[in-house]
Each structure stands twice: as structure tokens, then as C-alpha cells.
Design a binder for this molecule. Structure first.
Ligand SMILES: [Zn+2]
Length: 370
């Protein structure tokens, strides 16, 4: 299945026809169990052009970069440019699976494992904040492997941090970006696995005394206490996805869904715990990686995050299907940026692909209707 072609935004009638054809292609491809392409929605002229002076903060959300590939190198080269736009106002969040397959092997990781981290950190190095959070793969060398990754990241530069703090704990931790954004960082792999006493990795022992209930109470306290900033909850596992981890393919009836997949009972419990904690004061955005695609969802439902995104396609891209509320999705490499302007009241989302192509953009404050 090809990753498809860009849909040119020419005239609106022509665009509707083009979209209709693409939706047909998507329906057919989804029906055969593979990935499809949701066409980029029309982009208003100039919607992706703001000047650096008017940006209060730029949040770059990028994930699943822990593997050597040409694709990774192209995406990271593009990241350097996107950081360079307004470096002192920029936060880069690496959304986990920073080192395939098993994170850093204790005590310090192999040279190849450290190199996987180094190239990602180097690409983001100009940003005011560089945050790495753990994914399931980073956990596969246990709490000691996670602490090794934390030590490497934090020795890289003063602006680089591995969060949640005290690697091996679920968080949440909070980071202010300028006066307009609040990043709230969670370790969802810990939350998924906390109750699993039979796992070879003892997640609970990596953070003695912590419980999901305790972490969720703290999450609620943080989001309830924020009055003015736009809140971005960031973690490895999505709360919604139309990618492979939706685990809806026909062969999944044979190969069962795992804890990293949406239908699995531990995944359901993790999402329910987080959504419960966020329900009174839902965040502006919940951003995750884990699925190797680019996805943006919008919700007008009270008690839900207004937007959710998946941005986990640095090293590879896999298929997507369709769903209600899906604004954009594509099986393509790249990452997303959110620029906050006018004290955070306006927010421009951009999907950036290798070479700096802005594949999709929209004003989130306008409901992505441009
Ligand atoms: Zn993952």
C-alpha cells in the first residue's frame, strides 16, 4: 500500500471530488485490513506562515525515533530547521520509544544505543526545552535501563530532561513553556503495567510506594490548578488512534491484542484512569506516539481533551483508518508543531514532513475549519 500523494488544494468543487475519490480509496483499503490515507484537508492560504516574533511558544511533538533509518535522518534534519525558527521559545517533546528494541541496557547502554539517543538530542539541541519521555520499548531493560536513559539525556545538556522525573515512576511532572503552555508528562507504560504482577519487568518495584490512583490524583491536581495556560498532556500511548494499535485488523483475531493495543484490558484501564482524572478540566491537547503515523482528532464532547494527536513516525510509517472526529491522518513520516500566539489564545498546528514540507496545517482555536 503506497503512502499516497498530496492532494493539491485547487478549487473547492474540484477538492470535494478529490476528497470523495480519496475517501472511496480509504474505505476500500480499510476494508481489506490495510492502512489508508485520509487526504489533507484544504489549507487556507498563509495558514502555515507566522513570523517568529509573533509566536509566544512553539511545541514540537515527535515520537518513536529510536531506530537507524534514512527516514529518521531526514526527519531529524527537518527538526533542526523547525527548532531554529524560534529556538528560545521552543519545547521539543520526544514521545517515547527513543531506543529500540529494549531501551538502554544497564548500566550505561551500548555505544549503538547511546548513539540512537544522541542523534535525536542533537537535532533538538537548540530548543529551550528538550524533553524525552519513556515508551514501552524504553522500559524493556527495566527500571535500571530507564535510569540509564535518564542519566544519558540529562548529561547531554542543561536544556535536556528525561521525564517523568525519577525515571521508573509514572509522573506526572509539569513544565511551563513561556507563559502560554503547560506540558504535563506521564509514563503510560508504567500505568498500563502497574497491576501486572506476572510481568518479567516489575514496573511497580521501579517506583516504590506509587500507585496509579496516586498518580491520577496528582494529574487532576495539576490540570485543575491551571488557570491561564494551554495544557498539553504528553505520554507515549494514545487515548485514541486509528493506527495499528487500534488492533482491529482481521488477523488480530488470531494474533491477540497486547497491553499496548486499545482493546486490551490493561490499556482500557489506563485510558479510563487518565480520562477520569482529566474529565473536570480537560486539557487543550493530549499528544502521544506509539502508532507510527500522524493523526489529529478533534472533540466537542464535554470532559474530553479538545484535541488529541498521534505523532510517532520518525523511523517508520504504518497504516491508518477512519473515525469520527478525525481531522487528519496519514501513514507518513514527520512530526507536528503547535505555535501559540496572542498569549496562547491562537494556536496553529502544522504537520511537517521531511524536507520541511508543511503537509497539513490549521488553526486549532478556529476548530481546524480553515
Ligand atoms: Zn510504543
Amino acid at each position: 500500500m503506497s503512502s499516497g500523494r498530496f492532494v493539491p488544494s485547487t478549487s473547492l468543487p474540484q477538492l470535494r471530488w478529490t476528497r470523495a475519490v480519496w475517501l472511496l480509496v480509504v474505505s476500500v483499503s480499510a476494508g481489506c485490513g490495510g492502512g489508508g490515507l485520509i487526504p489533507a484537508l484544504p489549507v487556507a492560504p498563509g495558514a502555515d506562515q507566522v513570523d517568529a516574533e509573533s509566536v509566544d511558544a512553539r511545541i514540537i511533538l515527535i515520537g518513536d525515533g529510536g531506530e537507524v533509518s534514512d527516514r529518521r535522518d531526514q526527519v531529524l534534519a527537518t527538526l533542526v530547521t523547525e527548532v531554529g525558527f524560534a529556538p528560545t521559545k521552543t519545547a521539543v517533546v520526544f514521545l517515547g520509544d527513543n531506543v529500540y528494541d529494549d531501551g538502554l541496557t544497564p548500566p550505561n547502554g551500548t555505544p549503538d544505543q547511546r548513539e540512537l539517543l544522541r542523534v535525536q538530542l542533537a537535532a533538538a539541541a537548540g530548543a529551550a526545552h528538550v524533553i524525552m519521555l519513556p515508551g514501552n520499548h524504553d522500559w524493556y531493560s527495566g527500571g535500571a535501563g530507564l535510569r540509564a536513559q535518564e542519566a544519558f539525556v540529562e548529561s547531554y545538556g542543561a536544556n535536556a530532561t528525561f521525564l517523568p522525573d525519577s525515571a521508573g515512576c509514572p509522573g506526572p511532572d509539569a513544565v511551563h513553556v513561556a507563559s502560554t503552555a503547560l506540558l504535563v508528562i506521564l509514563d503510560t507504560e508504567w500505568i498500563i503495567r502497574e497491576g501486572a504482577g506476572t510481568d518479567s519487568i516489575n514496573y511497580r518495584a521501579a517506583c516504590p510506594g506509587e500507585t496509579t490512583a496516586g498518580a491520577m490524583a496528582e494529574l487532576k491536581r495539576i490540570v485543575d490548578g491551571e488557570q491561564t495556560r494551554q495544557v498539553f498532556v504528553v505520554a507515549h500511548h494514545p487515548l485514541r488512534t486509528v493506527g495499528r494499535h487500534l488492533c482491529h485488523q482481521w488477523y488480530r483475531k488470531i494474533i491477540r491484542c497486547g497491553p499496548g493495543d486499545i482493546p486490551h484490558e490493561r490499556n482500557v484501564a489506563m485510558r479510563s484512569a487518565i480520562e477520569g482524572a482529566l474529565s473536570e478540566n480537560p486539557p487543550f491537547m493530549y499528544a502521544a506516539g506509539h502508532d507510527h503515523s500522524l493523526q489529529l482528532f478533534k472533540s466537542d464532547t464535554p470532559g474530553k481533551a479538545r484535541y488529541m494527536m498521534v505523532s510517532g513516525s520518525v523511523t517508520k510509517a504504518t497504516g491508518v483508518s477512519t473515525a469520527d472526529g478525525l481531522v487528519y491522518a496519514e501513514n507518513a513520516s514527520g512530526f507536528m508543531t503547535v505555535d501559540l500566539l496572542d498569549g496562547g489564545r491562537r494556536q496553529l498546528l502544522r504537520v511537517v514532513q521531511p524536507g520541511g514540507t508543511v503537509r497539513f496545517s490549521c488553526w486549532l482555536d478556529q476548530g481546524c475549519r480553515n
